[in-house]
Design a protein around this ligand. Structure first.
Ligand SMILES: Cc1cc2nc3c(=O)[nH]c(=O)nc-3n(C[C@H](O)[C@H](O)[C@H](O)COP(=O)(O)OP(=O)(O)OC[C@H]3O[C@@H](n4cnc5c(N)ncnc54)[C@H](O)[C@@H]3O)c2cc1C
Length: 527
């Protein structure tokens, strides 16, 4: 651990102000930017990351929560993409075991040929994982399938094929990655929006102008390299770089619905490999609920709070209902969330758009800005390694080797019990327990129906750079994504605990509650 500063915004801002020039400045604090910050800092480059809102506020908190090779890319014979992701899946399970779980997925079969067909495909998946396999796939009898997926429709069911993949908590991993980057010597700031790029006389980028969104104060930071890791906002930064630049990103929206676990009891997940329109749909137990999704619809605009389309909701309800006995309806939706995939439309020699790529892309603009986009959460480490290697190969940074393959992520702990509510804190868990021992009130629940404790709010504000009620309820604990109505009921108590810790007044509390309530209503479904 190098020069460890606390994960404290005030201290980190002071450090950022002191540094005359950084080696690497990253715009965007999602999976891509955070991964690059870790990679860059561990190689010893002086690194600054600026995130306009909260870490993982964008796409990186809105995933299906799978650490996977991508079974569907196998069906498209995209072997290298799957092999790379399976390797990264294994590394992530090793380096962040407190947040990644090995999960069994069952593909139900309704015709005689589906069993052998999927068994064969999944044997290839196992083979590609090599010694980082999470367990062998196998054929499962009808009786056993019904025992494992208690809510599945039995009519015409022949059996299923099971395979193993990873599941994780995306925004908690993002927070732990931010902590890891800081422990490695990087400086990271949330609520810092980049508004412009600064250039030298040769029109080469030499830094950024950014605004502290809490105080509206303006800052200018110098850096040898500027990386654009802004996901679906990539084109906005490219416009700052060169007004009128051609659009590179084609956002694709994915929606998830969250239901009570009674709709899919048990530990195992269900994978529907071919929906009526040829997509893949997952129903995955996550924390105490089940997530069902996702859709994949091209959209023309991008927003930090994308909204689900009616047809996406209907599609998920209709598809899930075809497979389960107990019918779900709009009334059963506990939360609905949408996320945008930053897909890249590469160009052929004639400048026309070819088929959209699912892999990551790194491109360098004339001014020297490096944009990194596409790919998956699962492959964030490899995306970061490739990005920094690219900077070295074009002579922007001195050659130093990547050192993240065996780097534990903050919180990493060998064994944990997922039935213990505080397991997500990993190696930090005893510190939360110490706080409760000193002040037993912190061990009280915030909401009588849910397991979240007051200490988690204090911990998030003190040690995880949570600045708003939304940061706590959406991304430090995941209530907004799991049960939007209850999250609204929790907001006043969360605001109270945060106000005490962050030294804020009653007016701040009132405003926070109002802002969070307005936002959380977007996660409730209209009936
Ligand atoms: C519906 C859906 C499901 C998915 N499921 C999975 C899955 O199960 N497993 C998996 O491996 N992958 C999954 N993915 C893919 C994965 O989530 C993304 O590849 C990944 O999160 C992209 O991260 P990112 O950092 O590139 O983008 P983002 O997370 O969007 O981060 C970009 C950040 O840049 C910030 N920013 C923008 N402009 C500025 C500015 N001017 N100044 C400062 N900051 C700025 C934004 O606020 C944002 O936080 C899924 C994607 C979607 C859409």
């Amino acid at each position: 651990m190098k020069g460890y500063l606390k994960f404290n915004r005030g201290e980190l801002l002071n450090k950022a102000k002191e540094d005359v020039e950084f080696d690497v400045l990253i715009i965007g604090g999602g999976a891509t930017g955070l991964g690059i910050a870790i990679d860059s800092a561990t190689r010893g480059y002086k690194t600054l990351l600026l995130e306009q809102l909260d870490f993982a506020k964008g796409t990186s908190s809105r995933s299906t929560k799978l650490v996977h090779g991508g079974v569907r890319y196998l069906a498209q014979a995209n072997i290298s993409l799957v092999r790379e992701a399976l390797k990264e899946r294994g590394l992530l399970e090793k380096n962040a075991p407190h947040l990644v779980q090995n999960k069994t997925f069952l593909i139900p079969n309704y015709t005689w040929w589906e069993g052998p067909y999927y068994t064969l495909g999944l044997k290839t998946y196992d083979f590609l994982a090599g010694n980082l396999s999470l367990g062998a796939s196998k054929h499962v009898s009808k009786k056993e399938t019904i025992r494992k997926l208690k809510s599945i429709k039995k009519d015409k069911l022949k059996g299923s094929v099971s395979y193993q993949d990873g599941q994780f908590d995306d925004s908690r991993l993002a927070v732990n990655m931010a902590q890891t980057a800081i422990e490695q010597g990087a400086t990271l700031l949330n609520y810092f929006k980049v508004g412009n790029l600064t250039k030298d006389d040769d029109q080469k980028v030499k830094g950024v102008e950014a605004t502290d969104m809490e105080t509206q104060e303006k800052y200018s930071f110098k850096s040898k390299v500027v990386i654009n890791a802004t996901g679906v906002f990539t084109d906005d930064i490219l416009q700052m770089d060169k007004p009128g630049a051609k659009k590179r990103i084609q956002p694709s929206q994915g929606v998830h619905l969250v239901f009570d676990r009674s709709f899919l009891p048990g530990k195992d997940a269900m994978m529907i490999p071919k929906t009526s329109d040829g997509r893949v749909l997952f129903a995955v137990p996550w924390h105490d609920k089940v997530i069902v999704g996702t859709t994949d619809v091209q959209v023309d605009n991008h927003d930090v709070e994308p909204l689900a389309k009616e047809e996406e909701v209907d599609f998920i309800l209709e598809t899930f209902n075809r497979f389960i006995k107990k019918k779900v309806s709009r009334d059963d939706v506990k939360s609905i969330y949408a996320g945008l995939r930053p897909l890249v439309a590469p160009e052929d020699e004639n400048g026309s758009t070819k088929e959209i790529s699912r892999g990551h892309k790194i491109f360098v603009s004339d001014s020297g800005v490096i944009s990194v986009t596409g790919g998956k959460w699962t492959t964030y480490r490899k995306i970061a390694e490739d990005s920094v290697d690219k900077l070295i190969s074009i002579g922007k940074l001195p050659n130093k080797k990547c050192a993240t393959q065996d780097l534990p992520i903050h919180g990493s702990v060998e064994t944990h019990n997922v039935d213990d509510h505080l397991y997500v804190y990993g190696s930090d868990k005893p510190k939360l327990q110490e706080l409760i021992d000193k002040d037993p009130d912190l061990g009280e629940k915030i909401h009588p129906k849910l397991d979240y404790l007051k200490v988690e709010v204090l911990w998030a504000a003190r040690n995880e750079m949570a600045r708003t009620v939304e940061d706590v309820l959406a991304r430090r604990v995941r209530v907004l994504f799991l049960d939007a109505k209850s999250s609204i009921e929790m907001a006043p108590e969360v605001a109270k605990i945060m106000a005490k810790e962050l030294n804020k007044d009653d007016e701040w509390q009132k405003q926070q509650i109002a802002e969070f309530t307005a936002l959380a209503k977007g996660y409730l479904i209209d009936n």
